[in-house]
Ligand binder design. Sequence first.
Ligand code: DX5
Ligand code: ZN
Length: 226
Amino acid sequence: MVTPSPRLAPSILAADFTRLGEQVQAAELAGASQIHIDVMDGRFVEPITMGQIVVSAVKRVTHLPLDVHLMTVDPDHLIPSFREAGADWITVHAEASPDPMRSVAAIHALGAKAGLSVKPNTPLDSIIHLLPAIDLLLIMTVEPGFGGQPLIPHTLEKVRAAASLRESQNYGFAISVDGGINISTIADAAQAGASIFVVGSAVYNTAASVAENMARLKQALEGEKA
Ligand code: DX5
Ligand code: ZN
């Protein structure tokens, strides 16, 4: 399988919600490939963040695909309304879905791309049977729940293992990493086999503009390819 070109997926979790539209457009202008929307329900993870209303608002200000990450218990009942709101990719957690294969089928039945996410301590073995069916494997490189955490190094082993399994079995899923991805970690994640990079606090921060931060992340990725 040809290594897909790297895709930066800014996570609006870290954005300034008093000007969310501008922040999304700045990310698009700076070369983002998709917008990552972290939905948290206060039960699967502690915070409650954003829901369908934010997805439909973001849909109105960008042409980029919306990559919705459901960090919620029992996600199946949320799939239709998030698709309706404008989600192009819907990712559920293997630890939250009672029947992940059914969740994946439900997402595909609505014409969206189906992602499966695993927390740092969830072994790849537990989801091997699902890999042929998914479009996206979202490997959490931090414990889900909060932005701005440091990447957990052992999670890159899971990226490596998933990438080699994908090659050996000729699966089609893309590997996304989410949490602690920044200019110091993105090259290692790419080298391990990830091609989609969820970036929150590395894009949205007070140290530099969205454009500058995105340019630095792209440079760091280029460095890996050199
Ligand atoms: C789950 C969230 C965060 C976020 C990325 O906690 O999914 O991982 O997207 O946050 P940063 O890029 O700031 O670690
Ligand atoms: Zn996420």
